[in-house]
Every structure is written in C-alpha cells, then in structure tokens.
Design a protein around this ligand. Structure first.
Ligand code: OXD
Ligand code: MN
Length: 620
C-alpha cells in the first residue's frame, strides 16, 4: 500500500529524496515510486517531526554506498572528518567528538513508563508526559539551518522473522554514517517497515552538545526514543543500546524472547563440530576480543567464528533449544589495547573502511592508541600536540565503527534468518578477587541467580568513576528496559520453555594476585576455558562440585604450554566460602531493593546458595 498524500510528501522533501526505486507488489502491476512513499506512517511522523524541529532540508537515506561516500566526503570537506593515511589505512577517517561527549551517560538515561515500578529501581524514571514535554521543548526548532536525515534501519537479518525495524531521525551526518555500518539501513528496511506495519521511532539531535541539556529518554509502551544533546555512539546510534536492548528487552518480555548484552561466537573443534556460545560481559570487558578470538598456536584445527560482538536476541526454537541472532551488522568497538597479539582479527578488520572516533594520530596520519605497540602519537584525541601530561593520547573509550563482514572470522551464519543454536550462556565481570576463572551453574534457575549476581568494575564506556565494583546483573544494568525483578522472572519463564536449555557458566578473566598482576593470560588462551565449557555441554569434561557450582579441577583444564605457576592456577580455581557467604549476603541486600516483585524461585536459589557456603556447613 502506498501513501495517498503524495504532493505533501514530495513538497517536504529535497536533496537525496529524489532517489527512485522500483518495487514489485503482489497485487498490483509494476510501480515506480520514491522512497518516501513506501510507508505512510513513517512519512507522517517525518512531517510531524519536521514541523517541531524546523530543519532547512530533509534527506531520506536510501542506504546506498554512493550515498555513504557522498556524505563522508561532505564531512571531510566540512573538516568534521579527517581522512587517514590512504596507503596504510585506506578509506579510514577520524572523527573527534566534543571532549565532554565521549561515553554513555547513564545518569541522564531514562525509561519512561506509565507506572514507575515497571521501570524499576534499576532505571531512572520519568513520567511519560513530563518527559515528552521536556524533550519537545529541547527539540523545538533545534534543526533550524540543519539537515534532518531520515534513517530507516532493520535490526537483524532483513529476512529474519526475529528482526525488528526502526527509523531514526537525526541531524547528525556522523550518526547516519555509523548507522549505515551498524545496521541494515535504508530502502530495504523501509520496505520491511511497510510490510511489518510497525517500527520503533527514534528522534535524535546533537543539540548544542551541552551536557546540561542532554537526555536519552525511552518510551517502551510507545516503542519510541528521544535523545538530545549527545553525538556519542551509545547515546546517539539509536538502533544499538536504545532500541536493540532497552526497547527490545521490553518487547521481548511480552513476546517470549530475550534481548541481551551478549556476544555470539561459534567454536569449531578439529572434528568440524561447532558449538555456539553467547556471553554477557559489561561494557569494555572483552566481548569483542572473545567474539574474534584466534586459537592459541597449540590448538591446531580449532576455529572461531564471529556472529556478533555486543548484542544477542535469543528465541526458544521449535526443537526446545535457544537460538540467537545478532541484530547488528557492524562493530562499535573499544580501540585501546587492540594489537596483533591481543586481537589480530580486530586489528585486521579495522585496517580499512573504518570510522575511528577519538583516537590519536602519528606523524604520517595513521591512527594510534594506547596498547597498539607500533608507531608514536604526535596529535592526541583532542587534536592537540601529544603531551603525556595531558593524559592518554587516545581517549580510553575511543572507538572503531566497522562492518562485521570485514572480520576475517565473520561467520557465514551471521545472516541466518533463524539464528544459531546456543550451547552455553556465559556471564562474567571484571573482578580482581573472589570470582574464580570459571564455574558452571547447577541448572537454569541457579544460572539466573549467577547472572543476577554479576558484579564488575566500571569502565570508561560510561561517564563516572572507573574501577568501582558495582552490581551489573547479566551485564544489563545500563540496558534493561524494565524492572529487573520482572526481567529475572522472564528469564526463569524462558528457561522453563526450553527442553534443552543452554548450560550457564560464569567466568572471570581479570583475577589478580596481591601485587596486582593478572593471574590468567586471557585473550587467545581463553579458548582453553571455552573448550572445558563445550566439553561440559557434551557431557565429556570432568568437574568438581563446589559450594558455588561445578568447577574444573586443575587437571581438567588444558594448561599445557602455558607459563602458569601451579599456585596461580590454584588461586584461579579457589573458592573461599567465607568470602562467598559475604558475597551472597550482599546479593541478597541488592535483591531486596526490588522488594516483593523478586520471583520466589530466585529467592529460593539465593537461600540455597547461602546455605551451601554457610559456616555450619563448612565447619569441620
Ligand atoms: C558499547 C557499550 O558501546 O556497552 O557496546 O557501551
Ligand atoms: Mn556493549
């Protein structure tokens, strides 16, 4: 069905909107139409938004390569993007954000549900009408003299029944370029919206980038988002955290699936069998590195396939297993620390066709960051001559945006419409002490408690103090679009629908000794731990039952060829019941914040966990 109101639409559109496409309709003869005609609902919302924001020009993005190149060139000409060394980094550009706009702003991010308890203690809440009033006041006239871009996008493979679409209206061409890389963007998404007859509305303006006039508001009951005053990825690329996690987790709850902050990776053993694993780690805790892992030299015949590095949408399948799709099409990864030893795949992936944000530059215009191990910075991330007295050369949360297809380990199943079957779900955090290298939950309900109890040191991915341990259940603290108590209840319900649920594990790559040295080498060597998990899923690997779950004995983990002192391995696999009793007591205090909404089954799991580490049980 095409829109009736053509003259009004056409008069509101300029620039790229003249792009013509041909669509074939089942019931009508061949028709030729412009992109704006594909969905009346989108067109009406664009008109309404333009009336509020008063842009000088409206551009409907078709998602073509040509459009991308033109827009990128426009930003280079306007000195908003810096082209990098074409010989070493072909088609790469650098973007420098405002120094006060370099990370997600959790304190300015709200979930606006009619009832505050639906947003829960885990979210900042604002009454929806008040939130709209506040945001509309900011948006009124904010695009005067600017271009309004209409960015239709699809989260997930365009053919997948599990995918969901949205439209972002933005005045930031940098956002448009990023959305093109991170999502299936443009005409094909709008065609799907016309069929689906529903889409998430995301309105974004960089405003004046004033931290005092910056808000990221979510209206899950209306499937809409309003984001003002920031151009940073997680605040501004609305398909990512805002849609694919906060709004999607709300939708997933009512539709019986899970939207999670998880990488998805396939591990192929030398017999050619592939197990898919989804892992939830907090921001900047190594999801991208694990998703692109290169097997250690001694693991001949093992291969690793990346499906996604940040978000998983998980659906119970008809065979009672859990299936995952990656809603994204690109990576928005943390740059510092990336080098051929830590993550050769990422290093290769970002050599060309990459947007770098807030990295430093070498004398010959190559991108540079801490941990690169080659070259020298001469210009820092703010464009100043590099002076160590000013801090790191690249911002600790500097990022790359790159198409997933460029990854040498990109899986051919990354676009599979029904996703991949998941053998194991893994939670993890960045903990200097306490949490062992790996443990396996006793069953799904115990795994939900393990996920709910995740705590991790904060990182530079969000503004605020770094290195402070906080509760980050399922790595979703900043992203769950509703009350965590209801979210855990939903996890328990999803598990109950699965005949063959994934095994649930917890890992900690970040355990340190008293002198502050990491006990575990991490990176490629993490495959040794994944191997134990996979073999547990296959019923092959041995484990010992400990008060906190099943763990490998030192001999069960393949550490051959590793320079790992036996006392360090013992420390990595040790469980101190006294410290765990304290931990579970603190988890109990945390759960108490959610009051009577906490599912009884979760309380029961906690009571069992406490009992297993109780002093009486462990005395004598
Ligand atoms: C991200 C984050 O950008 O979690 O993925 O902050
Ligand atoms: Mn993330």
């Amino acid at each position: 069905m095409l829109c009736g109101d053509l003259p009004a639409l056409l008069s509101s559109s300029h620039g790229l909107s003249g792009f013509r496409i041909i669509i074939i309709m089942a019931t009508a003869p061949l028709q030729v139409t412009t992109i704006e005609e594909l969905s009346c609902e989108v067109a009406a919302w664009v008109r309404q938004t333009a009336a509020l924001t008063q842009p000088a020009k409206i551009v409907w993005c078709d998602g073509s390569e040509d459009e991308f190149r033109r827009l990128r060139q426009h930003l280079v000409d306007a000195k908003e993007l810096i082209p990098l060394n074409a010989a070493t980094n072909p088609d790469c550009v650098l973007y420098r954000s405002a120094p006060s706009d370099v990370a997600r702003v959790e304190h300015l991010t709200f979930v606006c549900t009619s009832a505050p308890e639906d947003a829960g203690p885990n979210n900042h809440w604002m009454e929806p009408r008040e939130a709209h009033r506040k945001m509309d006041a900011l948006f009124r006239g904010c695009m005067k003299g600017r271009t309004l871009y209409v960015v239709p996008y699809c989260m997930g493979p365009i053919e997948s029944p599990y995918s969901r679409c949205g439209v972002e209206i933005t005045d930031s061409p940098y956002v448009v370029l990023n959305m093109k890389i991170m999502t299936r963007m443009g005409r094909m998404a709008l065609e799907r919206i016309a069929q689906d007859k529903t889409f998430v509305k995301g309105l974004h303006s960089t405003g004046e980038l004033d931290p005092e006039r910056r808000f990221i508001m979510h209206f899950p009951e209306e499937l809409s988002i309003k984001s003002f005053g920031s151009g940073y990825g997680g605040n501004a690329l609305l398909g990512k955290k805002c849609h694919a996690l906060r709004i999607a987790s709300w939708q997933a709850r009512s539709e019986g699936w899970l939207a999670e902050h998880m990488l998805i990776v396939g591990i192929e053993n030398p017999r050619g069998e592939v197990h898919y694993i989804a892992c939830a780690f907090p921001s900047a805790c190594g999801k991208t590195n694990l998703a692109m892992l290169i097997p250690p030299a001694s693991y001949a015949g093992w291969k690793v396939w990346t499906i996604g590095d940040d978000i998983a949408w998980l659906h119970p399948g008809p065979d009672g297993r859990l299936y995952a799709i990656n809603p994204e099409a690109g990576y928005f990864g943390v740059v510092p620390g990336t080098n051929p030893q830590t993550n050769r795949n990422a290093y290769e992936t970002i050599r060309s066709h990459t947007i770098f944000t807030n990295v430093a530059l070498t004398a010959d215009n190559q991108p540079w960051w801490e941990g690169l191990k080659e070259g020298k910075p001469v210009i820092d991330w703010q464009g100043r001559p590099y002076d160590p007295a000013n801090g790191p050369a690249a911002h600790p949360n500097s990022r790359f945006t790159v198409a997933a297809e460029q990854n040498p380990s990109f899986s051919k199943l990354a676009d599979a419409p029904m996703g991949v079957p998941i053998s194991a779900l893994v939670f993890g955090g960045r903990r200097r002490t306490l949490a062992p290298l790996v443990m396996q939950a006793r069953n799904w309900a115990h795994g939900v408690l393990v996920g709910a109890g995740v705590a991790s040191e904060t990182t530079a991915a969000a503004t605020g103090a770094v290195g402070v341990v906080r509760r980050d259940p399922m790595a979703m603290k900043p992203f769950a679009g509703y009350n965590f108590a209801d979210y855990w209840a939903h996890w328990l319900e999803v598990g109950a629908k699965l005949n063959a649920p994934p095994q649930i594990f917890h890992v900690n790559w970040f355990r340190r000794d008293a002198a502050g040295h990491f006990l575990w080498p991490g990176f490629s060597e993490n495959l040794r731990v994944l191997r134990w998990m996979i073999e547990r899923c296959e019923g092959k690997a041995h484990a010992v039952e400990t008060p906190i779950g099943f763990m490998p004995a030192a001999a069960d983990l393949d550490t051959s060829g590793l320079d790992l002192a036996p006392k360090n391995l013992d420390a990595l696999l040790s469980v101190d019941p006294v410290l765990w009793h304290q931990e579970f007591t603190e988890i109990g205090t945390y759960l108490d914040e959610y009051g009577a909404r906490i599912p009884a089954a979760l309380r029961q799991e906690l009571a069992g966990a406490l009992q297993r580490v109780s002093p009486q049980k462990n005395s004598g």
